[in-house]
Unconditional design. Structure first.
Length: 301
């Protein structure tokens, strides 16, 4: 099956390569000439422009977007739309907000163009292991694209599925990432307690390795933790600054709007925000208040 891939960064390029390995023809476009050149070395046919990409695809066309969420998706759609025709399908495999995906699906439907939102998980390991795909959109369109999803997934029978109408794919991925925040926070806190029990001099790599087999807390994240400790037991050179790409915030906001208690995911998000304040006013105020009411000592900066 032929498909166009717009956005040949690491994730987009890896997905395109997996499709090529699976026997699909992939036409790739990226704003950067260097990215296009690298893609061509992996068997991806580079296009010099969006119009050239669309012209190289048979109708009805399938064009997959792997560009940053937000304005970049809208601007790409705006530039792409003049070259598309009725019954073409645009797939957004990035981390877009599900409300944006609903809006885009409605807009494209008025042009008789289908829109499919695909929540994609798997990261840099997806090229070899496959991607988990949560797919929203028209059921018949998703079925038509089935060979593409089956190739990208860990197997043709697992790791992917049509979860519901437009927006549901990105909504499901948003909640997936909120859960991920909570799991990562739990591991981080647990290993921090182990690290601080200095009298036992615990080998964190050993502990993580033990837990990987038979334990109820075993997971791929734990596998990655064991690998991390094997390479860098003290985490030297890693700053205590944790970024977030937006999905955790959206998950917490959605939980509040729906009246659903989600304290673990909320706390995990707040801890990420806290990590970025290396001169916390709130913490300095707490120290000052303890000194005011109890005369407790205050450390100077």
């Amino acid at each position: 099956m032929d498909i166009g891939m717009i956005g040949l960064g690491r994730m987009g390029s890896n997905m395109a390569q997996r499709l090529v390995r699976g026997g699909h023809r992939v036409i790739g476009y990226d704003l950067g000439a260097a990215a296009r050149a690298l893609a061509s070395q992996a068997g991806i046919e580079p296009a010099s422009s969006l119009s050239a990409l669309v012209a190289a695809l048979p109708e009805p066309r399938a064009v997959w977007l792997m560009v940053p969420a937000g304005a970049a998706v809208d601007s790409t759609l705006e530039a792409l739309l003049p070259f598309l025709a009725a019954n073409d399908v645009v797939i957004d495999g990035g981390n877009s907000n599900y409300r944006d995906s609903q809006r885009r699906a409605q807009f494209l439907a008025a042009q008789k163009i289908f829109f499919v939102d695909v929540g994609t998980s798997g990261g840099v390991w997806g090229l070899e292991n496959g991607y988990s795909l949560m797919i929203g959109g028209d059921k018949a369109t998703v079925a038509r694209l089935g060979p593409i999803f089956a190739t990208l997934a860990p197997s043709s029978q697992s790791g992917w599925g049509h979860v519901g109408p437009s927006g549901s794919g990105h909504f499901t991925k948003m909640i997936h990432n909120g859960i991920e925040y909570g799991l990562m926070q739990a591991y981080a806190e647990g290993f921090a307690v182990l690290k601080h029990k200095e009298e036992f001099k615990l080998d964190l790599h050993q502990v993580a390795t033990i837990w990987r087999d038979g334990s109820v807390v075993r997971s791929w994240l734990l596998d990655l933790a064991a690998d991390l400790f094997a390479k860098n037991a003290s985490l030297a050179g890693i700053a205590p600054y944790v970024a977030d790409s937006g999905e955790g915030r959206w998950t917490v906001a959605e939980a509040i709007e729906l009246g659903v208690s989600a304290p673990v995911m909320t706390h995990a998000l707040l801890e990420r925000l806290r990590s970025r304040d290396d001169n916390s006013f709130a913490d300095r105020m707490l120290a000052g208040l303890r000194n005011e009411f109890g005369g407790h000592a205050v450390k100077s900066q």
